[in-house]
Design a protein around this ligand. Structure first.
Ligand code: ADP
Ligand code: ZN
Ligand code: ZN
Length: 740
């Protein structure tokens, strides 16, 4: 429900009504013209209630009117009660993102209005406090209730009844008797304010230098971009906390983007240790009510620091003074559904529009940011050693082609090689912790029938069903389709013929338990079947030393700090190294480097063992030598030679829909009508990696251009040449980072 201010002016008929362009949070081509109520003029960003068809929708005054429709045919948009308004810079940002990603501005606005009811007036709650009257008739229950109410806190009827252990009728009787008097409470508890000087750290030399630079950037109140490039465990968080402190001291708001909710929880506690209170959160797990509370608090300036997922980018900060993007290389910052955008890149854009600094933090920066920093577009703040006495871990390769159990060994391992098991034994004997990493959820990625060769695949996706042994189910990791684990083959009806192929974390855990029956372990994976709560529990158990070994997927690779963890074993370092996209090597390096960085973060030195079948591979060699910059230089050379990003531009068109023939037809037409232009190459159409996803057929086209080409203009011309039926969707992905 949208509440609008009543039409105020009585001289309405005399004054001409102003006409403005109103943007609606819908994927329409642009703003629509509306009249404002007579005598009203409101600035850009003002929220209005606007009739659309026979509905009233929320809209935002966006621009000057453009239409030629006669005044009398225009409908009237009425500003909301209290005059709430999106900050003008947010409106500019929305326009910018829309232009860059080739989405209708209304589709981007929708992301900025994602709290239902954020603009409704606050509903105040009635609560009761002790009045001066004492009723003549006092029962024991009444005495108790008034005693409790005597502490001065305002309570609801049920709240007081519960606290005093009396019935609600007793409380109501006291209200009628005038012994309790009603009072109004605000709908929401206020946000507590972080204190910049609550617990300042003692910084190391590198840290202090970087922190000073960032404090300076914050007080300069102009755009600047900084790559905070520090090895794992070097204390990047402590450094950017200083920038946050500076922003708080100067009365600015701060936005912190983290790639995953799972990382947020540890972060909140760390933030509280430094600033005395937790920051406000923004992500998809918030309740409607919390969203409403947080959105309003951001907009009215009450919430000073927001930590959240990429959607925080579109919050209405009136006084934004600093943006932090932690683990900036993470692919999770790319939104792949709906409007496709990269939150890290858009964070830089928002900082430019807000005239404030942006800090990109990582131990393994994206190649784009690395190049920007080395070319001087970003300041390059380096932290080269771990905080305190911790050293970087030693990394060794285990060549799986040779490191095997002897043929006649009594217990033969499939996934944990003898050298890895020996290291595990040593670590456990020393009372230290270990982590086994495999970037694959479930028990086995493929199940097939030995008798007839049948493979279990998802009926809705071109993907195998993954066995999950604990839940005795098979699941599609793309769409969530599930099946109870069958006992016989659905194709040939034989039983006992199904075999699990390859390992997932559950299977590694099973083997681990066979070799180390005494050890305490837990599985952590970002899974549809192991929920986030279970993962958090495993991570907490590890931090509290309630378990010895954590066996997990990429969810355990990042951010976590376990002081007693001295051994990291990577079960299959070759996974994901060859899916033919320009960033595959970079990503493998980043992931393995991050996971290695979990080892030896305190006094005891760390050891990382990578099991591989390609020990000569450049990625493996760079990891073993600890030569990150060498790897980046080599990678940069490849990208330059192939005019790949950041030395050239990429954009993808993804054609999808339930009608496979229509999808292929549109993709073919797109391929044919691609305009010829200098320094532009078009590939495809070809079936996407998941040619079928959630029941939809998918085809892809890829555009590669020189850096100087205006790829948006090219795409616009191209797409204007073709009529797409409603059953087919053509999604534009500017700067694609994955090719699924
Ligand atoms: P990174 O994010 O660079 O991997 P962290 O910020 O997690 O590193 O820091 C690693 C560990 O060192 C954390 O436990 C952190 O609290 C601690 N630490 C870092 N800098 C300091 C400091 N100046 N004083 C005290 N502890 C610090
Ligand atoms: Zn079969
Ligand atoms: Zn599926």
């Amino acid at each position: 429900m949208i509440r609008a201010r009543l039409n105020p002016a009585s001289h309405a008929e005399i004054q001409p009504k102003k006409v403005v362009g109103v943007l609606l949070p819908l994927p329409l081509a642009g703003a629509y013209d509306y009249k404002l109520p007579a005598g009203t003029d409101v600035p850009r960003g003002t929220l209005v209630s606007a009739p659309l068809g026979n509905r009233e929708v929320l809209g935002v005054v966006w621009c000057d009117a453009e239409g030629t429709v006669g005044d009398n045919r225009l409908k009237e948009a009425v500003p909301l009660d209290g005059g709430p308004r999106l900050p003008e810079k947010l409106c500019d940002f929305i326009d910018w993102v829309a232009d860059y990603t080739l989405n209708p501005p209304g589709a981007i606005l929708a992301m900025a209005l994602r709290s239902r009811g954020a603009f409704d007036p606050e509903t105040r709650r009635i609560a009761y406090v002790r009045g001066s009257v004492t009723p003549p008739r006092m029962s024991a229950a009444r005495v108790r209730a008034l005693e409790i109410a005597g502490d001065g806190l305002a309570r609801s009827v049920s709240g007081l009844a519960e606290d005093a252990n009396v019935s609600a009728a007793v409380v109501r009787g006291l209200v009628t008797a005038g012994a309790l008097i009603p009072t109004e409470l605000p709908e929401f508890a206020p946000f507590r304010q972080p204190d910049p000087s609550f617990a300042g750290p003692k910084l190391g030399d590198d840290q202090a230098t970087a922190a000073d630079a960032l404090r300076q950037a914050v007080t300069d109140t102009k755009f600047s971009a900084h790559l905070l490039d520090g090895v794992t465990g070097s204390g990047k968080t402590e450094v950017y906390f200083e920038a946050i402190a500076a922003a708080l001291e100067t009365g600015k708001q701060v936005m912190i983007l983290l790639p995953e909710i799972a990382l947020t929880i540890q972060f909140l506690e760390r933030f509280a240790a430094r600033f005395g209170v937790r920051p406000a959160e923004w992500h998809s797990d918030l309740s409607q009510k919390e969203r409403r509370r947080t959105y309003r608090a951001v907009m009215n300036g009450e919430a000073r620091v927001i930590v959240g997922a990429r959607s925080s980018l579109f919050l209405p900060f009136p006084e934004l003074g600093l943006i932090i993007v932690d683990e900036e290389h993470e692919q999770a910052f790319k939104q792949q559904e709906g409007a496709i955008y990269h939150a890290r890149d858009m964070a830089v854009v928002r900082a430019r529009i807000e005239h404030c600094p942006v800090v990109l933090a990582s131990a393994t920066p994206s190649l784009e940011s690395f190049v920007n920093a080395s070319q001087g577009r970003y300041s390059h703040l380096k932290l080269t050693s771990r905080h305190g006495v911790a050293e970087m871990p030693r990394v060794e390769l285990i060549d799986l082609r040779h490191a095997r159990d002897p043929v006649d060994a009594e217990k033969k391992a499939q996934w944990l090689s003898p050298p890895l098991r020996a290291a595990l034994e040593k670590t456990l004997a020393a009372g230290e912790q270990a982590m086994l990493f495999l970037n694959r959820r479930g028990y086995a990625p493929l199940t097939l029938c030995e008798a007839c060769g049948h493979k279990f695949t998802c009926p809705h996706c071109s993907a195998w069903l993954v066995e999950h042994k604990y839940k005795r189910r098979m699941a599609c990791h793309q769409c969530g389709y599930e099946l109870p684990m069958p006992s016989s083959c659905p194709q040939c009806n034989e039983s006992g013929t199904l075999i699990a192929c390859g390992p997932g974390v559950e299977r590694v855990a099973e083997e681990f338990a066979v070799f180390f029956p005494q050890a305490r372990f837990a599985i952590a994976s970002s899974d549809i079947l192991h929920g986030p709560a279970e993962t958090q529990a495993a991570i907490r158990a590890m931090a509290r030393r309630e378990i010895d070994v954590l066996i997990g997927t990429q969810i355990v690779a990042k951010g976590h700090h376990f002081p007693q963890l001295t051994l990291v074993g990577v079960v299959d370092a070759d996974l994901g190294g060859s899916d033919g996209d320009v960033r595959a090597r970079e990503r493998t390096f980043q992931l393995l480097h991050q996971v290695s960085g979990r080892a030896g973060r305190a006094e005891k030195p760390g050891l990382v063992l990578l099991q591989t079948r390609n020990p000569e591979d450049a990625v493996m060699q760079a990891l073993a030598r600890g030569d990150r910059d060498g790897f980046y230089e080599q990678e940069r050379g490849y990208r330059e030679a192939y005019a790949a990003p950041p030395y050239g531009r990429l954009a993808a068109l993804v054609v999808s829909g339930y009608d496979g023939e229509a999808v292929r037809e549109i993709a073919r037409q797109l391929g044919k009508c691609a305009p010829n232009a200098r320094d532009v190459k078009v590939w495809g159409p070809s079936p996407a990696f998941y040619a079928l996803l959630r029941g939809q057929t998918r085809e892809r086209l890829l555009v590669q251009t020189a850096k100087s080409v205006d790829v948006q203009a090219y795409l616009k011309t191209w797409l204007a040449g073709i009529k797409v039926p409603a059953s087919v969707r053509v999604a534009v992905d500017v700067d694609p980072v994955s090719f699924f």
